[in-house]
Design a binder for this molecule. Sequence first.
Ligand code: MG
Length: 288
Amino acid sequence: MKLMMFENGGEARLGVVAGERVTDVAACDPSLPATMIALINGGADVLKTLADMIPGAPESAILKLADVTPALPIARPGKFVCVGLNYAAHAAEGGHDIPEYPSLFPRYNSSLIAAGQPVIRPTVSDQLDYEVELTIVIGKGGRHISEQDALEHVFGYTIFNDVSVRDYQRKTKQWTQGKNFDGTGPLGPVVVTPDDLPSGASGLRITSRVNGETRQDSNTADMIFPVARIIAILSEFMTLEPGDVIATGTPSGVAHAMKPPGWMKPGDVVEAEIEGIGILSNPIIAEG
Ligand code: MG
């Protein structure tokens, strides 16, 4: 199932996407969850009830996908963890060794934006870079989750563009500031449940484009630490909770490795695409 949150008169609500149509869940049955996070917290039974409801949804509850404004799938994740350097060729292009344990850093909610919203190039830097990333949404929480059981804890997969301000990222050895400028974290628009994708969302083509020019083109099978391993590693030191979000790192082809660097600038449009999930598209504007 393909799910999304969309704007509706100042509030975001849950929709089920099928082709070019979106079923407004609240318009079908107000007793069903009105948000993605409520659906996640409802567990597998509620997801099944929702799936059973869709074929009989009234025409009045169905919207055109082109007419809806996406909202963040999860507006305020309890945790948003990013994995750095999870593709060998990307580690190499940045001058890093292939890691034996993943680099991890947080994303704060104030950096997140929905599909279609502008990425903000800050006044203090012009080194604005893109990073398409397969992204996990945790369903069932837990601690000390084994790699073998880890995929049972995935609610679904979405797309993150880990837009980075490179000179701030490289001011110190940790990356927090370069990864947390306001308006630099496009997420969504859809969350796809695991039953619609290969196991661990492996083997999917993953690409990014700036103004239609392909910049990154790889495959999720090339991740050094695959989805199940990442969940095991994170839950070794902290409790994962329903609705936590984990971005799994980006392949090679980022702007800062180009000669000259291909930084994004106001007026550009950046697209992040993952096969079987969709396209996350955002324009770039200058900080006002
Ligand atoms: Mg990244």
